[in-house]
Design a protein around this ligand. Structure first.
Ligand code: GAR
Length: 212
């Protein structure tokens, strides 16, 4: 399955995804990485891995729709079948989301539906939760919502700062995203309303969540 990745910054989830793609059994490949920021370090990460990159600078457009039309053009040019948004910090319009029904996968650094939006780790620490984690889900027009494919859990320690917690969650993201994308690419994820039924090999999510 050909994946197009939309990013805005470091592209922190890309290296582990590229690593997974090196295995001949991995059922998906990233065919293009698109950034809305020309200076996003993730563009270099992709280029160094030999993955085509493109910049569609949102500041050059008068409207979200015009920006997204050019993003769409790049995705179509590369034959993308599934869009992922690991660290893409632009809200997508309903029109764009509806162009990719059940074909946009987002990763968010909390256990949704807790703590959507920005300043996620600050929200988690302020709420005093003892566990946090990350969620991979299909995107719907509402931000950080949509059928959940998988989640991974990490502990929250009393002396955590948002940065320390973010780094711990990031480790979990690196395991969760490649697993979830493989499940989607293999057709093992079935959407039923706002849920998914996942036909995973036994142990897949237990491996990601040692506490299970
Ligand atoms: C990841 O933690 C991802 O879950 C988060 O941004 C980080 C990746 O960005 N995404 C969101 O918060 C979206 N709501 P980076 O590649 O710039 O580090």
């Amino acid at each position: 399955m050909k994946i197009g990745a939309l990013i805005s910054g470091r592209g922190s989830n890309l290296p582990t995804l590229f690593e997974a793609m090196e295995s001949p059994d991995y059922p998906a490949e990233v065919v293009v990485v698109i950034s809305n920021r020309p200076d996003a370090p993730g563009l270099d990460v992709a280029a160094k891995a030999g993955i085509p990159t493109a910049t569609v600078d949102h500041k050059a457009y008068d409207s979200r729709e015009a920006f997204e039309a050019d993003v769409q053009k790049v995705l179509v040019e590369h034959g993308v079948e599934l869009v992922i948004t690991p660290g893409f910090m632009r809200i997508l319009t309903n029109t764009f989301v509806e162009q990719w029904p059940q074909r946009i996968v987002n990763i968010h650094p909390s256990l949704l539906p807790s703590f959507p939006g920005r300043h996620v780790h600050e929200q988690a620490l302020a709420a005093g939760v003892k566990l946090s984690g990350c969620t991979v889900h299909f995107a719907v027009p509402e931000v950080d919502a949509g059928p959940i494919i998988g989640q991974a859990v990490v502990p929250v320690h009393d002396d955590d700062t948002p940065e320390v917690l973010a780094a711990r969650v990031m480790q979990a993201e690196h395991k969760l995203l490649p697993h979830c994308l493989a499940l989607v690419a293999e057709g093992r994820v079935h959407i039923e309303g706002n849920r998914t039924i996942v036909e995973a090999a036994p142990g897949v999510f237990e491996e990601i969540n040692p506490a299970l």
